[in-house]
Design a protein around this ligand. Sequence first.
Ligand SMILES: NC(=O)c1ccc[n+]([C@@H]2O[C@H](COP(=O)([O-])OP(=O)(O)OC[C@H]3O[C@@H](n4cnc5c(N)ncnc54)[C@H](OP(=O)(O)O)[C@@H]3O)[C@@H](O)[C@H]2O)c1
Length: 266
Amino acid sequence: MQGLKIAFIGGGNMAEALIAGQIRGGHAGSNICVSEPMQERRDFLARQYGVHCVEQNADAVTDADILVLAVKPQQMQAAVNGLSVRLKPDTTVISIAAGLSTASLHAWLGADAHIVRVMPNTPALLGEGMSVLFSDADEVHKQRAEYVLNACGESLRVDKEKKMHAVTAVSGSGPAYFFLLAEVMQATGEKLGLDEAMAAKLAAQTALGAGKMLVESGRSAEALRHQVTSPGGTTQAALDMMYEMGMPAAIRQAVVAASKRSEELS
Ligand SMILES: NC(=O)c1ccc[n+]([C@@H]2O[C@H](COP(=O)([O-])OP(=O)(O)OC[C@H]3O[C@@H](n4cnc5c(N)ncnc54)[C@H](OP(=O)(O)O)[C@@H]3O)[C@@H](O)[C@H]2O)c1
C-alpha cells in the first residue's frame, strides 16, 4: 500500500498524528498531499514531513487513492462541498470527525462514495492510538483505512455504526479519564509531602507501567488488580476507600454520560 496516494483535508492535530505515523511507517512524503487553509501550517507540515501542501481542497483530492477528512465536524460539510465529482471511483474516504454519521457523509459525497468512519484518540500523536472503524464499504477500503490507522497505534472494527457511541465513550474520551486520575494522584502526593516534579513523575510513570501491564501481560484488569492487592495492605486500604466513596459507580456513570452525549451530538 506504500505506493498509494493519500490526501488529507485539514492539516490540524489529528492529521499531523496520522501523517507522522505514515512517514514513520515508510510511506513517502511525496505520496501525501495535505490541504490546509493556513499558510504557516502548510509550511510547517511540508518542512517537517516532506509532504506536498495545497490551499484548495479540490487540488488535493484529484489523484487520491485514500482521502482522510480531518476537519472539525462543524467544518465538514463546507470542506467536502464540491469534492465528490473530483474523486476517483475507487477512492477510499476516511472520516475521523467525531459524531458524523456515514449517512451524512454519503449525503455530501454521494451514495457511491466508499466511506470508512473512524474514531481515533489522542495517543495517536505518539504512535499509541486506539482507533475503531465502521464501514459499509468493501473489504479493500477497510484494509486501506487500517493501513493508515495502524501506523499510529492499534485499530479494531465494529459491525454496527451505533457502537461508535460506546467506542467514543471508552477510547475516544478515555485518555482524559486517566489524566484525571493522574492529576489527583499527583496533587495528593504533593499534599503528602512530595515535591511537584516527583509527584508528577510517580503518577505518569505509574500510569505508563500499569498500561503496559494491561496491554502486555495477557491478564485482565481485574486479575492484575487482585495480583497487586495484598489483603490488609496499603493498596487494599486505598481500594476499600475508592469503593466506599463510589468510584466504580462514578466511572460507570461517566462512561454512560459520554456515550449519551455522543448520541446527542450526532
Ligand atoms: N483531537 C482529538 O482528540 C480527536 C479525537 C478523535 C477524533 N477527532 C476528530 O479529528 C478531527 C480533527 O480534529 P483536530 O483536533 O485535528 O482539529 P484541528 O486541529 O482544528 O484541525 C482541523 C484543521 O482543518 C483545517 N480546516 C478547517 N476548515 C477547513 C476546510 N474547509 N478545508 C480544509 N481544512 C480546513 C483547520 O484550519 P483552521 O485552524 O484555520 O480552521 C485545522 O487546521 C475532528 O473532526 C475531531 O472530531 C479528534
